[in-house]
Design a protein around this ligand. Structure first.
Ligand SMILES: N[C@@H](CCC(=O)N[C@@H](CS)C(=O)NCC(=O)O)C(=O)O
Length: 276
């Protein structure tokens, strides 16, 4: 693991690392924020999965999470959204290929040799950060847009790994959306039965989540028709799933929206991770 940058931040430390990823077959970059409490004990961790076109950097620099992570004693982990580099296949559009890994394991050529973001996040990066940093086994997960999709699907498929769950304007029904169908066809092939494991609305209908869920959504989100919050809301209601879905008038899809509600999400996770 190679240190790319390190900065003091709210009494803790914001660092960026690069490492050779076995799952993705290229070097991957990720960011970790350690709160001041991590100097003397291990702390719980919150994963933040980013959306289309993002790297580890967007939420790290614009999300505004560190101040509250420092206050509540929670580490932050910001993975990249896809493999990158000359060896990695790409596509001309912003929503397929580099920057658009959709947190799944691709089974189709040319994507399958590198686009293994599900295994990368759930297995490889988790065990790497657990070994390398003073991070306890209590983890929460959140994310924005494509990253909200990643957070919801990864948590519901791995209930033992996560103690808290939230999302910002998540893609919740990709099997029925152009933010999903195009990518799943390319990465997973035409057999739609293989897509369901990566659809939060389907997973909510089939398994649900063992805890409660916080979701914030902007009412003026320019991509709201692609996100399909109504489908997930219906699935949670049918399941009697404890879920707080807040729709905020005037807010769009940007990081101005994410940073506005960053404190609420940090507080939500800290309460559940710290066992208060
Ligand atoms: N690139 C697309 C949309 C990309 C987009 O809005 N991405 C969101 C996540 S889905 C994001 O966080 N972008 C990076 C940023 O705002 O820093 C466009 O420009 O229409």
């Amino acid at each position: 693991m190679e240190l790319v940058s390190r900065n003091r931040c709210f009494g803790g430390e914001q660092a960026v690392y690069k490492h050779a990823s076995e799952a993705c077959g290229v070097d991957m970059t990720f960011a970790v924020f350690l709160p001041p409490q991590a100097k003397s004990r291990s702390v719980p961790a919150l994963w933040y999965l980013s959306g289309l076109t993002c790297t580890h950097d967007n939420a790290m620099t614009k999300g505004g999470f560190q101040q509250f992570a420092a206050e509540y004693g929670v580490a932050l982990i910001f993975p990249d959204t896809s493999p990158r580099g000359e060896a990695v296949p790409d596509n001309d559009s912003y929503d397929l290929g580099v920057g658009a890994g959709f947190y799944l394991n691709a089974t189709q050529d040319p994507w399958r040799s590198h686009f293994q973001m599900y295994d990368y996040v759930v297995c490889e990066l988790r065990s790497l950060v657990q070994d390398a940093f003073p991070i306890s086994e209590r983890h929460g997960i959140t994310g924005h847009s494509m990253g909200g999709h990643g957070a919801l699907t990864i948590a519901m498929r791995n209930p033992g790994l996560f103690a808290s769950l939230s999302a910002f304007s998540p893609i919740v029904n990709p099997c029925q959306s152009d933010w999903g169908r195009k990518q799943f066809s390319a990465y997973l092939g035409d057999d739609e039965s293989t897509w369901a494991q990566y659809d939060a609305t389907v997973l909510m209908s089939e398994t649900g989540w063992h805890g409660d869920i916080l979701i914030d959504q902007g009412a003026d989100d320019q991509f709201i028709d692609l996100l399909r919050p109504q489908a997930f809301a219906e699935a949670t209601a049918l399941r009697r799933q404890p879920c707080v879905l807040r729709t905020h008038v005037g807010y769009d899809h940007s990081y101005f929206f994410v940073s506005t509600f960053a404190k609420d999400h940090m507080c939500w996770h800290a309460d559940r991770l710290n066992g208060n």
